[in-house]
Design a protein around this ligand. Structure first.
Ligand code: FAD
Length: 513
């Protein structure tokens, strides 16, 4: 039996893994986490994805227990600024598209919409603009009817399934790791602060034990590599190759700042912003007491000095005394994240730039899949292959989705943005783009394996980015009555107004929490 797990690394990946495994298996599985005092965690990674709530639910943690401890805020969308042209923006919310007569409102919008797709077809953009919380003060999540109300004979199709959970969180990742340390240690995670200085292998090449600087040897059955970009166990010791995505996604550097904020005065935006710049883009993530911000760029187009000047100019005087954190990013994934008795989770497994806030999503996905594929003493190779396939597909799918962001952004005004239109695209993307030039994406024409993004996200991005739109609305719509679609547009406008009027501000909600 696999009875003891040793995790190397105490960043977000290490602590999420340790606490999740204890929550899943309790005392039946021993969990030891060793983290270096000398090597700090990466210190970024603050915006998340709407599935993250399952992580906290799984650990039995309510929002009021952990959010205030981690400076956390709600995130309902990503606002993309300047991707189409300077001065223009749109939201990519956690909100599915409504339907009218079996066609999405994105399809209908191409026929009957006017200027702003996101605000005409979705309610979350209005909540974002008004800086509202997604819950009323008694803690109830906002609810809207996705039906237009006026149509008693509404026709539905198979694609009308469950709704999308409307929010994720933004939090201070170092505070979360600290919070999870307390939670994990209380529930029996053995915590060692020390450096792993050597990794020993048996005659088959499997890890037999670790050697630490001060605590001697550490042995387990399964080893989890959460050592970040260095991939100490999986790459350095086991020699698993890392497959770069850089030919498709060239951004390989970031420079981050932590900037003070005054939420009482300015309110708190319930969204992350991604602002396109000359050679990359800047994230702005509002936490309760400060904003996290950083410039993601490609070294081929911009030096580190120029990048730091750009982000400081962007932030203004608030950045004056703030130290910049320059980060080199390893973009891509391992050929396999599970090799022998070692599983890599977090940056050691794979990473794409944080444009859709997927780093912590990959961690959560890796852990959930590990629990589902948990090995017994046979270490069944089929099980390990299945795990690797699932992880690889998820990362490759997000890579493809990000490639689409750059390819479909109308912007092509600098050498960096011009190159985004000329670079090769991964297998399958060119074909999908061709299909989308005749009709908007649906479940038959997006990346076919689970990667966290549904067709609605592709629609919202294509319509917002503006550089790759279908040549014409769907022909079928000309044969249908527009009345149901028009009622949906009216329902969105009405519900948006009602929500803005009834929901508290995000600041008031969090202050009361
Ligand atoms: P790290 O934080 O690097 O932790 C590595 C750990 O390994 C440390 O504790 C270190 O002490 C330990 N260690 C290393 N060597 C040894 C050794 N020899 N012995 C003992 N311990 C050792 N994700 C999101 O979801 N949203 C975002 O908005 C987002 N933004 C990002 C922006 C940037 C620029 C980058 C680079 C990443 C971003 N991410 C984001 C990803 C996110 O930061 C990571 O997924 C997350 O922080 C997990 O990191 P990690 O735990 O894998 O690695």
């Amino acid at each position: 039996m696999v009875r003891d797990v040793v995790i190397v690394g105490g960043g977000t990946a290490g602590w999420m893994t340790a606490t999740y495994l204890r929550a899943a298996f309790g005392d039946r599985l021993g969990v030891t986490l060793v983290e270096s005092r000398a090597v700090p965690p990466i210190g970024v990674g603050e915006a998340t994805f709407s599935t993250i709530r399952h992580f906290f639910d799984y650990l039995g943690l309510a929002e009021h227990e952990w959010m205030p401890e981690c400076n956390a805020t709600y995130k309902l969308a990503i606002r993309f600024e300047n991707w189409r042209e300077p001065g223009r923006y749109f939201y990519h919310p956690f909100e599915r598209l409504r339907l009218a007569d079996g066609f999405t409102m994105a399809d209908w919008w191409l026929k009957i919409g006017s200027d702003r797709f996101d605000r005409e077809c979705l309610v979350v953009p209005a909540i974002c603009e008004a800086k509202r919380a997604p819950k009323n003060l008694s803690g109830e999540l906002f609810e809207v009817s996705l039906h237009d109300g006026g149509d008693r004979h509404r026709r539905t199709t198979m694609s009308e399934q469950d709704t999308q959970f409307p929010y994720a969180y933004q939090f201070d990742a170092s505070l979360l790791a600290k919070f999870l340390t307390g939670y994990g240690v209380q529930r029996g995670v053995k915590h060692i602060r020390d450096d792993v200085v050597d990794v020993k292998q048996d005659e088959r090449g499997w890890i037999s034990h670790l050697v630490t600087a001060e605590h001697g040897e550490l042995a387990g059955d399964l080893y989890i590599d959460c050592t970040g970009f260095r991939g100490m166990l999986i790459n350095q010791v086991l020699g698993e190759p890392f497959e770069s995505y850089q030919q498709y996604l060239p951004n390989d550097r970031a420079v981050a700042l932590r900037v003070a904020a005054d939420p009482e005065r300015d309110g708190i935006r319930p969204y992350t912003t991604a602002t396109a710049m000359e050679s990359g883009w800047i994230w702005t993530i509002p936490l309760f007491h400060r904003n996290g911000t950083g410039y993601v760029y490609a070294e081929d187009f911009c030096s580190a000095e120029e990048a730091e000047r750009t982000i400081r100019r962007f932030v203004g005087p608030a950045a004056d005394d703030v130290e910049a954190n320059h980060i080199r990013m390893r973009v891509g994934r391992n050929r396999n994240s599970w090799v022998h008795n070692c599983v890599a989770i977090g940056l050691s497994s794979g990473f794409v730039e944080p444009l859709e806030s997927t780093g912590i999503f990959f961690i959560h996905h890796g852990i959930e899949q590990l629990v589902k594929h948990f090995p017994d003493e046979s270490w069944d190779p089929t099980l390990i292959r299945a795990y690797n396939r699932t992880i690889n597909r998820c990362l490759d799918g997000v890579r493809d989705f990000l490639v689409v962001h750059y390819r479909c952004a109308a912007r092509a005004d600098t050498p960096y943005w011009k190159a985004t239109k000329e670079r090769p695209v991964p297998d399958g993307v060119a074909e999908r783009l061709e299909v989308w030039s005749t009709r908007l994406p649906d479940e038959t024409s997006v990346y076919p394996y689970y990667h966290g993004f549904e067709p609605y996200s592709y629609n919202v991005m294509l319509l917002g980015l503006g550089g790759h739109l279908p040549r014409a609305p769907k022909a079928a719509l000309s044969f249908l009555d527009e009345a149901a679609a028009r009622r949906q547009l009216a329902a969105v406008a009405r519900q948006s107004r009602e929500l803005v009027a009834s929901l508290p501000s995000q600041y008031d909600y969090l202050a009361s929490m």
